[in-house]
Design a protein around this ligand. Structure first.
Ligand code: DUC
Ligand code: ZN
Ligand code: ZN
Length: 473
């Protein structure tokens, strides 16, 4: 079935223009003025903007954490994403028992039957030896062209610096991008132990025990390791401090192949949000920082130092003892209440995958800080390029997948948990007034969202075999 979207204004990463779009066989087949087709279903997009579907390059779905699991799985999280204009997500495969291929196989077995959007995987490397080194070379054949390493979570996820250096060298020669989670694991462990000994168990101590300086230092360390690994390509995840923007700028000014992302929570909130009775809602790692950090991250986006806005979506219920209604059924999943007497037991993570584009449209484009074209670059085109999905994803071009968000720039609403479709009991943007919202969303030419109606289905999303990504200068 063909679809003809008429009279809309296309917004790409570099252009804004009026045209019609013809969709055939899941792809954009034509873009032009006054297009016609004998049997296409016509969609009138007068007064609407046409954006490439968003790409959230950093989500965690169905992620086991301590005594629970993140509350959005590959169906519910992707559905929530779609209602916010996102049509592709990239999830992380934990490195548990067995080979990388076995881990990926197990994660695919969970994701494939549920996926409601197209999706890819990053591979966490949290145990490294010669066998893993060899296996990294096979990841591109499995569709994975990025690995993530950690400088924190001692004894669990962290690799020693020498092993991070080795991973970077291997990854570079395999055409793979290394993602780094930058915090100082040693300092965190000492501060956490001291806080608990002193009886400091409130959520604010989550932030106090993970200092910003650890992140600044670890991000420079990552840049230096990548430089010494023959200028291995490097991508800094969830940037949250002003100092990280400085380090990224420094690395880029010195021609290193370094890029970075930030997430909405680091633009709008600070550690004071952890102080209230509901402070646990804001607990994620790395934590919120200060208003000065928020501002410098905005500047990093405006000036192109930071390339991507993703979410680190990893929601938990605030009160997982109380069921919510999800698609007509009661659902309760243990959440933040697990840590009511001890911040270290609060599951780390936030909802965000559905909030990202509507919130950033209002606060970024609506405020004049970002142009609509920058918005598209940060939310779709840049992640597509960096993660080897361009031009199939993140573009409005003939031949590309027809992943499209029709955006009403004048739609105003009060946002919050009742509007967002995440499977959790709270929303960080409760009561925010938003202007500009997706009203219709297509995944490979299939209408999956129309206003408040959901047409998506579990299993309709495809696993994406990503190619080698680009280094964005
Ligand atoms: N941080 C979180 O807060 N949750 C999941 C993973 C991560 O890096
Ligand atoms: Zn991380
Ligand atoms: Zn993450």
């Amino acid at each position: 079935m063909a679809i003809l979207i008429k009279n809309g204004t296309l917004i790409t990463a570099s252009e804004t223009y009026q045209a019609d779009i013809l969709i055939e066989n899941e792809k954009i087949s034509k873009i032009g003025v006054n297009l016609s087709h004998p049997s296409a279903d016509s969609v009138d997009a007068s007064g609407l903007l046409i954006l490439p579907g968003g790409i959230d390059a950093h989500v965690h779905l169905d992620l086991p954490m301590a005594d629970t699991v993140s509350s959005d799985d590959h169906y519910t999280g992707m559905k929530a994403a779609a209602f916010g204009g996102t049509t592709t997500v990239i999830d992380f495969v934990p490195q548990d028992e067995g080979t990388l291929a076995e881990n990926i196989g197990r994660w695919r077995a969970k994701a494939d039957p549920k996926a409601a959007l197209d999706y890819g995987f990053h591979m966490n490397i949290t145990r490294f030896d010669q066998d893993v080194a060899k296996e990294i070379f096979t990841l591109p054949d499995l569709g994975i062209t990025s690995v993530k390493v950690f400088t924190a979570y001692n004894g669990r996820l962290r690799l020693p610096d020498g092993e991070i250096f080795r991973v970077m060298r291997v990854a570079k020669s395999a055409g793979i991008l290394t993602l780094v989670h930058a915090e100082n694991g040693d300092v965190i462990d000492i501060l956490v132990e001291e806080a608990l000994q002193a009886g400091n168990t409130d959520p604010i101590f989550h932030a106090k025990t993970r200092p910003a300086w650890g992140t600044v230092e670890a991000s420079l360390r990552a840049a230096a390791l990548a430089a010494q690994a023959g200028d291995a390509p490097l991508y800094l995840v969830h940037m949250n401090t002003a100092g990280e923007v400085d380090q990224l700028q420094y690395a880029r000014e010195h021609s290193l192949n370094m890029m970075g992302e930030t997430c909405p929570q680091y633009l709008f909130f600070d550690e004071n949000d952890l102080r209230g009775a509901d402070g646990a809602k804001w607990i994620c790692s790395p934590p919120m920082r200060t208003a000065v950090d928020n501002e410098r991250l905005w500047e990093g986006l405006e000036k192109g130092v930071i390339q991507v806005i993703s979410t680190d979506h990893c929601p938990f219920f605030f009160d997982g003892t109380q069921a919510i209604d999800y698609e007509g059924k009661p659902v309760a999943i243990p959440g933040k209440e697990l840590g009511k007497d001890d911040f270290t037991k609060i599951p780390n993570g936030l909802p965000g995958v559905g909030d990202r584009m509507p919130v950033l449209w209002t606060e970024g484009v609506g405020s004049g800080r970002l142009t609509p074209n920058q918005f598209v670059a940060l939310h779709a085109t840049n992640p597509a390029r960096i993660f080897g999905l361009y031009p199939q994803k993140g573009s409005l071009l003939p031949g590309a997948d027809a992943d499209i968000a029709l955006w009403d720039p004048n739609k105003e609403l009060t946002y919050g948990v009742e509007v967002a479709k995440h499977r959790t009991d709270y929303n960080l943007y409760e009561g925010w007034r938003l202007k500009g919202f997706p009203v219709m969303v297509f995944l490979r030419g299939q209408k999956i969202v129309d206003g408040n109606t959901w047409y998506g289905k579990p299993g309709m999303g495809k696993f994406l075999h990503r190619g080698e990504g680009e280094i964005l200068a």
